[in-house]
Write a protein that binds this ligand. Structure first.
Ligand code: PEP
Ligand code: MN
Length: 337
């Protein structure tokens, strides 16, 4: 339910509505607009005494939220969420580029790649220290040693860090080093992990599950936001379809659909979506043209020797050229890079 307060409702009136809702067993999420305040009331709607609430001073209307996801929905909040990480705004006019290798492999290669992606215009450095690999025999990541390399790269370049957390037991450690916690596609419905990562207070990059519908994806985001963390960016990274020519099928339509349904920013990962470096360039451009708020791109300075996802990684020079070319696409849709 959404309790719409009258324009000019006082702080005390808002507080009284919140206290009443809480006494009825609801959780409240006030959103202070420029003109009006609305209060999201999450709980069992059978317990909502609408007569009581509607007669409280300052209440204008009570509107049901029809979608199963509530706090992430546009029904509750029409203005877009922006996520501030020091001087970086995600979800604003600027399209934020996140780039780096699939995995943190070794110091030298990693620091060199970090410098190169920074020079090309990336604002956020990616690199997995805990890798969710399909095979238990594949490289699994350097774990905390890798996190330390990420932290050193941040110190040296000023880039912010996004890295994946795969297990609830690692949330605290990863949150100690990272600026953004990534929840991978395979863990999109690991609800304990969603809640604990959310409770860390760090911004979350939530990848879409391999076979998840947009509604399931938004429900996963609802787990994070309901743990008290509104700083969520959704990440489209391709879904499973009958097509085998690419690793996954990029769902470009997810961008406008998500923007219609939710106020959360959306990032696109054309690397995992295609699995082939050659297709990353056209699909990164398509994503920006369709309204993405950011891109997550795998970059490696020796893809042939990469321990993970080499075939889909761009070389730094190709990445730099792509960022240059993306500027015109961004300008065409009134955004900037
Ligand atoms: C990754 O970002 O390296 C990764 C494993 O992504 P996904 O969860 O989308 O497969
Ligand atoms: Mn990868």
């Amino acid at each position: 339910m959404i309790i719409v307060m009258q324009a000019g409702a006082t702080k005390d009136q808002i507080q009284q509505v919140e206290e009443t809702l809480i006494s009825l067993g609801f959780k409240t999420h006030p959103i202070y607009g420029e003109v009006k305040t609305v209060i999201g009331a999450i709980g069992d709607k059978r317990l909502l005494n609408t007569q009581l609430i509607s007669t409280l001073p300052g209440v204008e209307d009570i509107v049901p939220i029809m979608k199963p996801y509530k706090l992430v929905s546009k029904e509750l909040k029409q203005t877009k969420t922006t996520i501030q990480i020091e001087d970086i705004t995600i979800g604003g006019r600027e399209i934020v580029i996140m780039a780096g290798p699939c995995a943190v492999e070794n110091e030298q290669v990693f620091y060199e790649t970090a410098r190169q992606v920074k020079a090309a215009g990336a604002k956020i450095l990616r690199g997995g220290a805990y890798k969710p690999r399909t095979s238990p025999y594949s490289f699994q990541g350097l774990e905390e040693e890798g996190l330390k390399m990420l932290a050193t790269a941040r110190q040296e370049t000023g880039l912010k860090i996004v890295t994946e957390v795969v297990d609830t037991r690692d949330v605290e450690t990863v949150a100690k080093y990272a600026d953004i916690l990534q929840i991978g596609a395979r863990n999109m419905q690991n609800f304990r992990l969603l809640k604990e990562a959310g409770a860390s207070g760090k911004p979350i990059l939530l990848k879409r599950g391999l076979s998840a519908t947009i509604e399931e994806w938004l429900m996963a985001a609802e787990y994070i936001i309901s743990s008290g963390n509104p700083n969520i960016m959704l990440c489209e990274r391709g879904i499973r379809t009958f097509e085998t020519a690419t690793r996954n099928t990029i769902d470009i339509s997810a961008i406008p659909v998500v923007q219609e349904l939710s106020h959360l920013p959306i990032i696109v990962d054309p690397s995992h979506a295609t699995g082939t470096w050659k297709y990353v360039d056209p699909l990164a451009k398509a994503a920006v043209a369709a309204g993405a708020d950011g891109l997550l791109i795998e970059v490696h300075n020796d893809p042939a020797r990469a321990l993970c996802d080499g075939p889909q990684s761009l070389r730094p020079d190709k990445f730099a050229q792509l960022v240059e070319e993306l500027k015109a696409v961004a300008a065409a849709v009134d955004r900037k890079i």
